[in-house]
Design a protein around this ligand. Sequence first.
Ligand code: ACM
Ligand code: ZN
Length: 750
Amino acid sequence: MNLIRHFSALAALILCLTATMPGARATDITPAPLSAEIGAPCLPIPEAPAYRTNMNAADLTDLKAYLPSYPLKLRQANYGERPWLTINVDSCAAMGPEAYLLTVSDSGVTVTAADAAGAFYGLQSLAMLARDSDSLPAANITDAPRLPYRGAHMDVSRHFFGIDHIMKQLDLLAAYKINRLHWHLTDSEGWRLEIPSRPLLTELAAWRPQRLYSDWRKAGRRYCPRDSAGAYGGYYTADDVRRVVEYARLRHITVIPEIEMPGHSAEVCAAYPELACSGKPYTQGEVCIGREETFDFFKDVLDEVMRLFPSHYIHIGGDEASRRHWRQCPMCQQRIREEGLGDEAGLQSYMIRRIEAYVNSHGRDIIGWDEILDGGLAPHATVMSWRNVDGGIRAARMGHDAIMTPEEFCYLDHPQDDPSTQPKAFGSPVTLFKAYSFDPAPDSLGTDVARHIIGVQGNNWAEYIPTPEHSEYMLYPRIIALAEVGWSQPARKDETSFRRRINDEIRHIRSIGYNAFTLSPRVAFTQDVDYARRCILVSMATERHPADIRYTTDGSEPTASSPLYTGPVSIEGSATVTARIFQPDSLPGPCTRIRADYHKAIGCSVVYADSCGYYRDRKVYMAGGDSALTDGLRGGKTYTDGRWQGFCPNSLDVTIDLGSVTEVSHVMANFMQMRTPLIFLPASVDIWASTDGKHYRLLGHDEPEGSEAEADACFTELGWHGDPEPARYIRFRATQGRRQFMFTDEIVIL
Ligand code: ACM
Ligand code: ZN
């Protein structure tokens, strides 16, 4: 590859480089570069290093405007002065957009790139090499992005954040080579962009009496005029937007505005009720597509948006529109008939196509959430795939570009650790390593499809993010994991190296004033089953580094002299495994415990009652299928780990055949509650036993404790434990009564 040839030529210039020199440190550049040889310290870093560049005048002006934010206090070399750093931008250089070469030798630093963005990223890597040090190591780094679109999304509708917060994040996002800010400017919780021709959007629909989203919901989701006492909210003026866009541009970040339509638009209907099917405020969250006024409105808005934002892409939302009002609206129905749209999905698609044509007529393109595939995809649209990756793949197969941001891996509004230890957040955990494990464009898709997957993005929805500090807490460090997903080649991704690097990054970014999550202090367990050896294999992991895991299997608290975890621990029969981490200069971490049982029902058949709400339609909700409840595989803290089985809307009602009559003294199942995705514990469970499959006797009844039933997030075991009873068949019935999801992973019989 050309890049490598270029790299070899420059490598010859390096005098003091040795890849494995004593004292050399491992590559400390995040996201991991394409290739890096890092040697021993060889070049002192002066107080104010001098640089020289051949950049064109416009790029140099931009660089100079950016440099006050750069960690090294660079200054332009004086005439005749030998530069410490040379920045070569050569559009003929044999490398792609955003790529760079960075070499360090005892005679200086060179950054070479074909464009200003590449030079900028070379400087970011240089800053990482220079961090906390008075000299640079010898280095020879060749680097290029895997994907051209590496995005961070910020929702400023649910809670409003001022531009200082946005610009502070742009500084850090750019350091990790993120190049898109997806600014979610409008939603039912507040309109955040001043539109001179539609003043009520920001006079009314940008303010509410309650600061917290949940209080506002409980109070009936009403806005209040901007000048009312205690009004909470805000919006961006044209000048604010220009400042953010320019600040981002200097950091090679494009700001993509999102204007939601036709759903997530209750605030539009509140400010301009004539755009609702009913003509009344507070009646619906999606605009009327039958009315021409709706198109006039969005054209006015988009005119201003395209005036303020130079971004080629304009995000037009398109997600989660309820079609209920369109079904009953004479004007929407007339539109469906007149345009031959078939149904309400066709109606939504009609709107997106018309809006796309308008945006295209201004030389721009639209992005929409994956629902824009329903009812027919607009001809030039790029799809942002959020429900999972399927929409993105479908779009890519149709020759459209796609950006992957599946909730399971990329939603930063989800908790990043056991939810019972975290501030209120949405859904089940997306841990750092879950985000890191995502591959947006696996080889298995084939090159024709994969080449349309242009990027990856982390989404920071702000329903439960009331403050700027909390916004940072949810963004970092997971957005850095996604930066590496987007930038680094899959072969360069490495969990062990990333764990070490990300712990360093967290320490660093906290030291410069960002409220990053410091990673879980708790050991995470995974259980696997060795059916041949009839034992459970317990694996343990920590996100922290450096950290040792020590554990016990007798229920006692591990101490510094307990066994050190080095690999899966096998448990025959039953045991409680307790583990905690030990880090230098810190107290031991909190203990975490799990029960591991190679129990009597493993491998036994399960019959699901006809009335049972066993959710067979979605792979992630059915776990391992009909044998999931007796496969010995226990779930972790997230219901999407393929081990939790979902039941909805009726009860769980199963009968397990143990194969022969045996003594049973314990029948328990673990349940989870997570209120935000509407997963609830059962109200009660009943357990019956039978020796013949015909006559059953009740063994026990159990209910969650009041505090568990009230919890936002909890895990609890429910079942029966008692004197041994003879049984061949065990019936386990859990009733919830809410018609919401109920999840369990295993029915343990001892
Ligand atoms: C979304 O999360 N509704 C795009
Ligand atoms: Zn209508």
